[in-house]
Design a protein around this ligand. Structure first.
Ligand code: NAD
Ligand code: WQD
Length: 340
């Protein structure tokens, strides 16, 4: 089979590794770039065990323009790029704003420069629901106005979106799809790849699974006095494999040159669940009793956000097929596999 080569930056990361599997299974040839800033070789082993083939991998920093040129030259005939590589911890971005702007904005600029040099004209970009800030109305559509970012991380995603719109505005054949992810959770059904948080997890689901596994003593729910039905925050938790599949559709759409030259899509389930609902769903799905307490609110948390996915469903044919319980069960299976 003649597989179209797609460069996947951050391909060893949580979402990237799942996208690599889905790309290959859909008939593409993913070519991976990662510097292991927030991932490990284990993810590549997992991908290769799932697929039963070796995947081309380049251990380089996407900010290194010479190294990126060398990858484009060596691989030849790249048809498109999915740019996952970025730093993603909101709290850390407050402490290290320069590193975040450099890595997230800088790597996109370098990538765009090299894509132009090599005539590669299709890019899927990892954006985030963080661009909506605290929305005035729910659910959020792609037309919902973005708000001033409340972290350097969020600002980098807004800046990258603006940069891409400007590049498209130049009127070349360059096309891009901006995927605004909501909260990805879960792991591949094989439990060979999944989220590998380094240190104490900042995100809810890895903290939940580590608590159930006895690695953390207790989950603290960050506040229960929000203006939501049970007082805890509401999010849209999307299974990572569903999310990964959206990238396959997006890449194909770019290669087929369908639609506007810049398009934005929400990638969520369209369902909002509270933190307490996540805890209860986890207990139901796994039979584990979770040790948790209610603590103070976390600074900067959005009280409630979930996606209107009408545009993704109608335009991309995107459909999430995984329930919250199934997603959490897959996170738990991955947590158990990590011990082995
Ligand atoms: P991740 O940290 O697991 O993956 C990112 C990967 O990029 C890592 O493997 C890291 O080593 C690599 N990387 C970072 N900087 C690099 C560089 N300069 N050169 C080469 N490799 C580099 O994160 P993820 O959860 O898979 O997120 C992927 C993308 O999706 C990111 O852009 C993130 O901002 C975005 N996103 C994530 C979430 C989420 O909750 N996980 C939500 C919305 C958007
Ligand atoms: C989810 C809910 C917490 C941990 C972040 C980024 C966002 C996007 C997705 C990248 C919140 C609560 C959490 C804990 C808790 N990432 N919680 N106890 O904050 O929705 O979004 O990841 O683009 O930009 O901000 O995700 O998993 O941290 O939190 O009660 O120990 O769980 O308050 O309501 P969040 P999260």
């Amino acid at each position: 089979m003649d597989r179209a080569k797609i460069l996947v930056t951050g391909g060893a990361g949580y979402i990237g590794s799942h996208a690599v599997v889905e790309l290959y299974e859909a008939g593409f040839q993913p070519v991976l770039v990662d510097n292991f800033a927030n991932s490990q070789e284990r993810a590549l082993d997992g991908v290769e065990r799932i697929l039963g083939v070796k995947v081309p991998f380049h251990r380089i920093d996407c900010n290194d323009v010479e190294a990126m040129r060398a990858v484009f030259a060596e691989e030849g005939s790249l048809r498109g790029v999915i740019h996952f590589a970025a730093y993603k911890a909101v709290g850390e971005s407050m402490q290290k704003p320069l590193e975040y702007y450099q890595n997230n904005v800088g790597s996109l600029l370098t990538l765009l420069q090299v894509m132009r040099e090599f005539g590669v004209e299709a890019l899927v970009f990892s954006s985030s629901c963080t661009v909506y800030g605290i929305p005035d109305a729910l659910p959020v559509t792609e037309q919902t106005p973005t708000k001033k970012a409340n972290s350097p991380y969020g600002a980098t995603k807004q800046m990258c979106e603006d940069i891409l719109r400007d590049v498209v505005g130049l009127g070349s054949d360059f096309r891009t799809i901006l995927l605004r992810y909501f909260n990805p959770i879960g792991a591949h059904e094989s439990a060979l790849i999944g989220e590998l948080p380094l240190g104490v997890p900042q995100n809810l689901v890895p903290f939940v699974t580590q608590t159930a596994a006895g690695i953390r003593e207790q989950l603290t729910i960050f506040g229960d006095t929000y203006d939501t039905p049970d007082g805890t925050n509401i999010r849209d938790y999307v299974h990572v494999v569903d999310l990964a599949k959206a990238h396959v559709v997006a890449v194909q759409r770019l290669l087929d040159k369908i639609g506007d030259k810049v398009e934005t899509f929400n990638v969520g389930t369209g369902r909002g669940n509270s933190v307490l609902e996540v805890v209860q769903a986890f207990e139901r799905a796994t039979g584990q009793k979770l040790n948790y307490k209610i603590g103070p609110a976390r600074a900067g948390d959005v009280p409630a956000i979930y996606a209107d996915v009408t545009k993704s469903v109608e335009t991309l044919g995107f459909k999430t097929s995984t329930s919250l319980e199934e997603s959490l069960a897959s996170s738990w299976k991955w947590q158990l596999a990590l011990k082995k």
